[in-house]
Design a protein around this ligand. Sequence first.
Ligand code: NAD
Length: 416
Amino acid sequence: MAELNPFKIAQAQFDEAAERLGLAAPMREFLRWPQREYHVTLPVRMDNGSSRVFHGYRVQYNSSRGPTKGGLRWHPDETIDTVRALSAWMTWKTAVVDIPLGGGKGGVTCNPKELTATEQERLARAYIRAVGRVLGVTKDVPAPDVYTNPQIMGWMMDEYETLVGESHPGVITGKPLTLGGSKGRGDATARGGVYCVREAGKLLGIDWDGATYAVQGFGNAGQFGATLHREILGNSKLVAASDSRGGVYCKDGFDPQELVRYKKSNGSLAGYPGSEAMTNEQLLELDVDCLYPSALENVITDKNAKNVKARLICELANGPTTPEADRILFENGKIVLPDFMANAGGVTVSYFEQVQNTYNYYWDLELVHQRLDRKMTDAFHAVWQTAAEAKVHMRLAAYLVAVQRVARAVQDRGWL
Ligand code: NAD
């Protein structure tokens, strides 16, 4: 469906902000498209001696505020338009948390669940051989996203360093700690989102003790969202969680750590003792205080938005809500903490990782948390204040803050 094409959605969201900001036509045209994109075709040897060919992408959306930055997604449904959308959101994300980076994104169309570890390693290295020349600490820096992880980042960094013949740990972030990863990167995306929930809760007068929450998508972002919500905010009840195979519900609440352990040992949440099965769709409509969409795009649409009961929605996933759904949620008084603000903790600690790599001097965990908290809290309040002043929803407010900053950098460079 054209209206669910993530890049069309990203452009429509941008257009609304550009209109409100009164941006001149050339600036609008420039900022609604990527500056550069690369399509690569990757031959990879399988363990059984056969070969397969994969299609990959790297999009450098906008570098006016610094080198482009953004994750790599390995997913069967990956398309150039998904990558373009994610790279646009990265541009607004680095701007809204005010770090000196641009936005980019990459991906490979594949199902990593069907690949062995050695096949994944060969794919990771093939991708870097194909795009390595356009990457670099001063050019474009990848990181993990859906179905990629620190091990894959480690292989990619090694391949890059082999190509250029010198040490460049900052070429990629989300690496294992042994290879220059930052403390605190693993849970940074969710932690940043929970800091935003904490700030919103203070302003809305939510008492988290005894409150309820649900998490859709139980990967890196969702699992840490589930555990950190309780760790940071107090004794709320996690009543539901889901993954690609469906969800589980328990009205008395799960122990999030136990649920994480179960997912790790069983590969899915299905059949968790004492739980009822629940679909992903049902989970989104639960009457909870806070909902964390933490899987993929377009899960809250004009079809189900009117049934969403959560008062606060913290988008750890990118693009879970369509523009029409945004309007419905806003009319219904729901507060959406929008993706490129709420999940910016990941790129913020990735930026800290790069800084540490450049200095070759590493911070302790407490300092990472302190600095992340400061960035997220500042971003949240800038967006909240803009929303109140302009009388718009939080996503549009986040766009107003971010697009203004990027447009200003484009102007200051003299590009337009
Ligand atoms: P991940 O691969 O660790 O986990 C993805 C999870 O989503 C898995 O549990 C999977 O089972 C589940 N899932 C997949 N399809 C689903 C479906 N149709 N319904 C319900 N669940 C489904 O990925 P991640 O890194 O946690 O990323 C999740 C989201 O967070 C993505 O939108 C990603 O772009 C966004 N994000 C991640 C980071 C990061 O640092 N990892 C940073 C910013 C944003």
